[in-house]
Design a protein around this ligand. Structure first.
Ligand SMILES: Nc1ncnc2c1ncn2[C@@H]1O[C@H](COP(=O)(O)OP(=O)(O)O)[C@@H](O)[C@H]1O
Ligand code: SF4
Ligand SMILES: [Mg+2]
Length: 382
């Protein structure tokens, strides 16, 4: 049984493939100038099209032979709009961090495009790439290992200025770092302290200050609160929301749990085994999910109200997530889906608004990669 679509191959039926106003700069100057143009609120700032990352699997000691590939990201498309937070959710190993690294240009894409303000950053170099690197920053998952223990907080936060001195000239750095400490709710006098002198939540604030240092427009947050205590998570999320308003930021907020992203996200994309299963506004995803995987994830979210808890259907997924080196044919979720039929093994479902909802204004009319997409009454997180 063959897949009807190949990773990285544009498919007309995928609405996300088109819709990019590509900017063709004729010189580096033009490219840099276009990257500095502001984007209006609600317009796309980052557009990902058929993004693929395969890690080769090799065998042999002296002569390495490729024997396969880990299909970590396998044909993902989405838009990030200026000023919004797009949550990306999925179980561990589904490719979220790989997407983050691709967006940051820390990994080279196997195929696909990443348009930032209409320019494909996978093809940029020189000053244009440097401008993109300044504008797209990242906040990492683990505030314990992502900060160099031998550097002072001042050096950690100010390090990006070494590469981009135009943002803060040498004589102005100390003042600028202290300002950033203040912005993230830390005492500016802590500038000479070391990371071990701070709590987990405070360390993540240091990571956020560093992410803000170059005045970016987009911040990719890879599970920024997953390593923190529940009580501290809310404080850090509140801080991030405040900073988003204050600095006009667009966020991609990655999490393995639907409950964390609900609070902060305007839209949510659900990933499964290197692909996007469903994407929509928070209302569409949390109240009207049509993909069985999203429905299963939602049914496992803790519900505080005992009455609601009693009435909800708990969907228990059987089996493990298959290996991304050898994913199932057709729909990747089919080995764990209670609705799977022959068609699911034969045809890859495209991420699109399901035909049956196309002409309706129901919130179920959003993109879902399932041949049999339908609403199901699962009780959702409040
Ligand atoms: N550098 C790499 N080399 C080989 N495989 C990798 C590499 N980075 C990630 N992977 C694999 O790609 C898949 C997706 O990983 P990752 O993006 O880290 O997932 P997530 O962040 O959702 O947990 C996993 O199977 C992981 O083992
Ligand atoms: S396409 Fe088939 S296997 Fe995949 S989620 Fe839909 S019903 Fe389940
Ligand atoms: Mg990860």
């Amino acid at each position: 049984m063959a897949d009807t679509t190949k990773a990285g191959e544009p498919t007309d039926a995928t609405p996300n493939v088109s819709g990019v106003q590509v900017v063709e700069a004729e010189s580096e100057e033009q490219a840099v100038a276009a990257l500095d143009e502001p984007v209006e609120r609600g317009e796309p700032i980052l557009q990902v099209r058929n993004l693929v990352k395969h890690f080769p699997l090799t065998q042999g000691i002296l002569i390495k032979r490729q024997v396969g590939a880990v299909k970590a990201v396998d044909g993902i498309s989405f838009d990030l709009y200026q000023g919004e937070t797009l949550g990306i959710v999925g179980e561990s190993g589904c490719g979220k961090s790989t997407v983050a690294k691709l967006l940051m240009n820390l990994e080279r894409a196997t195929a696909g495009e990443i348009f930032y303000k209409g320019q494909d950053i996978t093809k940029l170099s020189g000053r244009a790439l440097k401008a993109v690197r300044r504008n797209i920053q990242m906040i990492f998952q683990d505030p314990y290992t992502s900060l160099n223990p031998r550097m002072t907080v001042g050096d950690i936060i100010g390090e990006p200025f070494d590469i981009h001195p135009e943002v803060a000239p040498k004589g102005d750095r100390r003042r600028r770092v202290q300002e950033l400490l203040d912005v993230v709710g830390l005492n500016p006098e802590y500038i000479n302290r070391y990371p071990h002198q701070f709590s987990g939540g405070q360390r993540q604030r240091i990571g956020i200050a560093r992410g803000l240092a170059l005045n970016p427009e987009v911040i990719i947050c890879d599970e920024p609160v997953s390593a923190l205590d529940v009580s501290v998570q809310a404080q850090v999320i509140n801080l991030m929301e405040r900073l988003q308003d204050e600095f006009n930021l667009s966020y991609i907020f990655i999490a393995h749990d639907l409950s964390i992203v609900r609070h902060i996200s305007d839209r949510v994309g659900v990933m499964y085994l290197g692909r996007m299963a469903e994407i929509g506004t928070d209302e569409q995803i949390y109240e009207h999910p049509t993909h069985p995987y999203t429905q299963a994830l939602l049914s496992a979210v803790p519900v505080p109200d005992p009455d609601a808890r009693e009435h909800r259907e708990r969907i228990i997924l059987t089996g493990d997530v298959p290996s991304p080196a050898n994913p199932p044919s057709g729909c990747r979720f089919r080995t764990r889906c209670w609705k799977a039929q022959d068609k699911c093994a034969e045809e890859t479902p495209l991420l699109a608004i399901p035909e049956r909802f196309k002409s309706s204004d129901s919130p179920a009319a959003h993109e879902s990669a399932c041949h049999f997409a339908e609403e199901k009454d699962v009780v959702h997180a409040a």
